[in-house]
Every structure is written in C-alpha cells, then in structure tokens.
Design a protein around this ligand. Structure first.
Ligand code: URA
Length: 428
C-alpha cells in the first residue's frame, strides 16, 4: 500500500522546529500503530518533540489520533455521573484506594483504570494484588456491572484502549523520551478521554519523587492536560501537589493497602486523609454533587462499606491478612533535631530495590516489601531513634536500599521548620 506521507519528512519537520499538520499527525499515529513507521523512526520523532515541543493544536490532534487508535468506552447507560482521578505518580501515593470508594458513596460512578509500577513510583494494581484473590483484569461488561452495583471499580485498562499509546509509551520508556510534556499530556489524556469518564481530576505531582521536579514544568503539564480534557468535553481540573517527601508513612504494596484501610476506618496519616478528602471534593464538584461531606463518610464507615464490596466484587477478601515481609531492618536517626527533609525519590528507590517495584515490565513484585516511615518532616527526633523500617523477603537487598537512603534525611537544629505545603495550587 502506498503511504500518504514519508516518516523521514515528518521527522525532519519536527527536527527543524516546524509544525505538523492534522493530516500528518493522523497518519503518523495510525502508521506507527500498524507498523508502517519503524520504532527507530518513531524514536527519532519523539526525541525531536522532546527537544522542540509541539503547539497546543498539535498536542490536541496527537491526543485525538491516539484515542482514535482504539475503542472508546461509554458509561452513559449507567444513568449516573462519572468521575475519575489521575495522579502523575509519586512515592507512597495510595490515594486511589480510599478515594474511589469514598466518591462512590455519593452516587458518582468511579471507573478507575490504573496501571502497574515501573521504576521508583508504585502502581495501584500492584498494591491491590497483595489482597488475596483480587483480580485486576475485568471485561468491559464486568466493569459496567460493578459500576452499576457497587459504584466504584479499580482495574487494568483493556488492550483495546488507546493501543497507539501502549506502543508509544513502551518505546519512550527505553529511548529517554518519557519526560516530554506534549507526549506525557497526550498519553495520559488519550487514555482518560477514551475511558469515557464525564469528569476528571488530575493530581499533578511536583518534587523529587515526581516526573516533574520543578513547579513551572508541573504547571505547564497540568495546564496542557486541563486544556485537552476541556476541549474533549470532559470537565477537568488539576491540583499541583507536593511530592518532595512520600505521602503517608508507607511506600510499598501490602503496607500501602494497610494504610489505605486505616484511612477508610477514619484514621491514617494526616496528609493522606487531607489529599483524599480534597480530591473527593474536587471530583464530586466536577460531577455536579453539592453539599457532600467526604470527611464524614470516612469517619462513619460508609466509604469502608463500598471498599469491602468493591474488593469482593473483584474476587478479593478484604478481611484476609495481608502478606508480611520475611525480613526487616531499622534505619536510625543520626542526630538530635527536627527532621526537615525526607526525600521522596530516595525512599521510592529504596522501596523499589527492596522488591516493591520492578525494573522491567515482566518482573514480579514482592507484596510485603517496602519502607515504613516512623517520622515525617516537621517531627522532632533524637539520635538513635528509629526513622524507617526496611522490609523485604530477600535480605541481600538491604545494602542497596540503605545506599539509596544515604542522603535522604536532613536533620536541623530544633526550631527549624520544613517548607512543606501539600496542596500547592489548583488549575482549572
Ligand atoms: N503516565 C502515562 O500514562 N503516560 C506518560 O507518558 C507518563 C505517565
């Protein structure tokens, strides 16, 4: 079949800082998905996009072309509003677990398609798979039935959703081109728009443990994604939130489920509760629900009831004991003072090296592995006091995990105050 364009011409346009036409973009995504553009050509184009950027109409068309590469889900038959949350990923970010059932309490359906972890950021599906029997793969019909019955579902995206993105993301992952804002924004938003949610709240992380290390970049990503969502008819808002230190007191799989259940039982760390409640308020507002009190639904057991039903509907036993790591080691405070820094990236890398994360997609994760924190920035600590517990089934991993933590902790004289603000801004 003769092709409409030549891949080399398309690469040259972006290399020379030009603008791709809608027809060129449509062809590029379609030709790559069906194998008419080779991986090395797409890698070169991705790098040109990373270096030279894309304008808003180009990003919008690129996103639309990725949506058109697969199926588009439709929840209108449910007869209730739908809302979803996407986080750009961080360390200890277990918010989806309490958030999805919490929002469903108020009659909003939450179709939460989630992923697995790669590198130092954890994946929601890996965490939930530490619950005995729980199943991540659901058919579209099963998903629809669970949304009608329970109101919330957290599951893997089916292969039919934005297949162009699956191929493109795998290529970006091995060619140093993940960090391009047009490519991240279109990748995330193509999946969220194809998923068919009516409204969307984005949690764009800023800081060492996030994709975006500085606020200006995170802001640009958030603004780009909000514009893409809004243009596609999805009511979209974003929060910029701090990821310079881990969220909550756990980074791992089973230990993050345990902490999420504490939040659903009305307890849990203050930062996890604050972000869960704030995101719930945003999702409910976007879905048109007024006068809801999500903080109360955590206290009075309504969110926990939906959680239990959501886990059971996917074959899990919410009351089963969670796996526990076979071995543990303690990291102690090196001095007296105030803990002013506990670096998210270092803790994420340590948890990953302990076995909580994977280096390659096909690797297995250890359910019990991870890092438990005993103090957060702002806490007064004494030399020799436990700061963290490292958990793994494979003790030979302790040394490399400790190496990752060598510069993670900064303790200042008492009276010092860490600069920490969990919710930095809202973009809509
Ligand atoms: N998550 C995605 O789904 N895509 C990206 O490009 C980055 C993070």
């Amino acid at each position: 079949m003769s092709e409409q364009f030549d891949a080399v011409d398309i690469i040259r346009i972006k290399r020379d800082r030009g603008t791709l036409s809608p027809a060129q973009i449509d062809w590029t995504i379609d030709a790559y998905t069906r194998g008419a553009i080779a991986d090395e050509q797409m890698a070169a184009l991705n790098m040109a996009i990373l270096l030279n950027g894309m304008d808003r109409p180009e990003i919008s068309r690129w996103t639309a072309a990725m949506i058109a590469s697969g199926e588009r889900m439709d929840f209108s038959a449910l007869g209730k509003p739908t809302s979803d949350k996407h986080s750009t990923g961080g360390v200890g970010d277990k918010i989806t677990l309490p958030l999805a059932p919490l929002v469903a309490v108020f009659g909003v359906a939450v179709p939460q398609l989630s992923g697995r972890g790669l590198g130092h950021t954890g994946g929601t599906l890996d965490k939930l798979e530490s619950i005995s029997g729980w199943r991540a793969q659901l058919s579209n019909d099963e998903m629809m039935a669970q949304l009608a019955d329970v109101g919330a579902v957290i599951c893997a995206a089916g292969a039919g959703l934005a297949p162009a993105d699956k191929k493109l993301y795998a290529l970006r992952d091995v060619t140093g081109t993940v960090e391009a804002i047009p490519l991240i924004a279109s990748s995330i938003m193509s999946k969220k728009i194809a998923e068919g949610t009516g409204s969307l709240v984005l949690d764009v992380k800023v800081g060492s443990g996030a994709f975006m290390k500085d606020e200006a970049q995170a802001r640009e990503l958030a603004e780009t994604m909000v514009a893409l969502g809004t243009d596609a008819g999805v009511k979209t808002a974003a929060l910029l939130t701090n990821m310079s230190t881990p969220l909550g007191l756990t980074a791992g799989n089973a230990i993050e489920v345990e902490e999420s259940v504490e939040v659903l039982a009305g307890g849990g760390p203050q930062d996890v509760v604050e972000l869960t409640v704030r995101l719930a308020e945003e999702m409910l507002e976007a879905a048109g629900v007024r006068d809801a009190d999500p903080a109360r639904a955590l206290q009075d057991g309504r969110a926990m009831d939906v959680w239990n039903r959501m886990i059971e509907a996917q074959g899990g036993d919410p009351r089963a004991e969670l796996p526990v790591a076979k071995e543990s080691e303690t990291v102690f405070a090196p001095a007296d003072g105030v803990l002013v820094e506990l670096d998210a990236l270092s803790v994420g890398v340590a948890a990953w090296r302990l076995g909580a994360g994977r280096a390659r997609k096909e690797d297995a994760v250890q359910a019990g592995a991870g890092v438990r924190l005993h103090a957060k920035p702002g806490a007064v600590v004494r030399a020799g006091e436990p700061l963290m517990t490292l958990l793994t089934d494979t003790p030979e991993k302790f040394d490399r995990a400790r190496e990752a933590l060598e510069t993670a902790v900064v303790i200042a004289p008492e009276g010092a105050r860490p600069a920490q603000q969990l919710i930095i801004d809202r973009i809509a």
